[in-house]
Design a protein around this ligand. Structure first.
Ligand SMILES: NC(=O)C1=CN([C@@H]2O[C@H](COP(=O)(O)OP(=O)(O)OC[C@H]3O[C@@H](n4cnc5c(N)ncnc54)[C@H](O)[C@@H]3O)[C@@H](O)[C@H]2O)C=CC1
Ligand SMILES: O=C(CO)COP(=O)(O)O
Length: 318
């Protein structure tokens, strides 16, 4: 494959892992950090791809800075951030696309705990864009014998899968911290997926995408791994640590904490039923203890698992 020059913005855990993957495939990689010595303009000179692995809180600011740098009209943007903007509820893709309306934007998301990828353990991910050729180009750049990259035609679903599961990973950490057992965890993750589909559909994502790598796949990874920072937040709260203390000592970003607030705001405004998210929110706000959050979930009114849309014909048959 032809050498591509890639600027990776954000030299944290994920930006560095992605930089190593692209470099191992023979591409020229320029890693930018706000703490580094190189200017953004210098890093962006002559690049074909701009990949952002910035924490959600910095995305809009960095996108604005990139706007003032000269770029080729062919430049493809890739976003690997898993979060929602508090003020606007926008996804990172929506922010990048609004800043660069004439450029393709590709979302990259999947069950990708960076510490495992740094060790070259096998993993798979998804790249998705409204511009299929752009997603295919990014697929080629990152595909490797130990990193399998799939394309998907639902960028919003892929992005929301990775974003929404962070809230469920906090809940799963609580579940393990309270030692609630395997049945409880299975119920939590399964009902968590139902909740992700409900809000995801409302926002315009396709149901099927949530059953793929970026939804179910990432739920399985982060809800079962102590490597997940979001899981760690929940686990440590369940064993009695304060949120302030946990966040002060956490290695890197736990996006689920802010995502949960944005989701609750949205759920209240739009009247969307999100019981697990609500309990995670109340726990993070200090309104309930982990045990009370569990009781609130278990003691709700009993109800059907699904509301199937049954079609009844004129003669009354289903
Ligand atoms: N670490 C992981 O396993 C994975 C992380 N992600 C996502 O990637 C994103 C980054 O995660 P990590 O690299 O783990 O976090 P990190 O905390 O290690 O790194 C975050 C990076 O964002 C930069 N940053 C933060 N605020 C900024 C601002 N205002 N302006 C400029 N730069 C700013 C930091 O300097 C740092 O380089 C998150 O949204 C996370 O959910 C996605 C997949 C895997
Ligand atoms: O998104 C991730 C794995 O896919 C990383 O999870 P954490 O941000 O919880 O560490």
């Amino acid at each position: 494959m032809q050498e591509t020059t890639i600027a990776i913005l954000g030299a944290g855990a994920w930006g560095t892992a992605l930089a190593n993957l692209a470099a191992a495939n023979g591409h020229k990689v320029k890693l930018w950090s706000r703490h580094g010595t190189e200017t953004l303009e210098a890093v962006l000179q002559d690049v074909h791809i701009v990949l952002s692995a910035i924490s959600m809180k910095g995305v809009r600011d960095v996108a604005l800075q990139v706007q003032s740098c000269p770029l080729s009209p062919e430049t493809i943007f890739v976003t690997a951030t898993k979060g929602l903007e508090p003020q606007t509820t926008a996804t990172p893709t929506q922010i990048w696309q609004a800043a660069f309306p004439n450029h393709p934007v590709v979302v990259l998301s999947g069950p990708n705990l960076s510490a495992e990828i740094q060790k070259s353990l096998p993993a798979a991910t998804v790249v998705a864009s409204n511009i299929t050729t752009a997603a295919e180009k990014v697929q080629l750049i990152f595909s490797a014998p130990r990193f399998r990259v799939y394309t998907n035609p639902d960028p919003l679903g892929v992005e929301l899968g990775g974003t929404l599961k962070n809230v469920m990973a906090i809940a799963a950490g609580v579940c393990d911290g309270l030692q609630l057992g395997t049945n409880a965890k299975a119920a939590l993750v399964t009902r968590g997926l139902t909740e992700m589909v409900r809000i995801g559909n409302f926002l315009g994502a396709k149901t099927e995408t949530f059953y793929g790598l970026s939804g179910l796949g990432d739920l399985l990874a982060t809800c079962n791994s102590p490597l997940s920072r979001n899981y760690q937040v929940g686990y440590q709260m369940a064993i009695g640590q304060t949120l302030t203390n946990i966040l002060a000592n956490l290695p890197g970003t736990a996006e689920g904490v802010n995502t949960c607030q944005v989701l609750m705001q949205l759920a209240k405004q739009q009247n969307i039923y999100m019981p697990i998210t609500e309990q995670v929110y109340r726990l993070l706000q200090g309104e309930v203890t982990p045990q009370q959050a569990l009781d609130e979930l278990m003691l709700r009114d009993i109800k059907p698992e699904f509301h199937f849309n049954l079609k009844i014909s004129d003669d009354g048959n289903i």
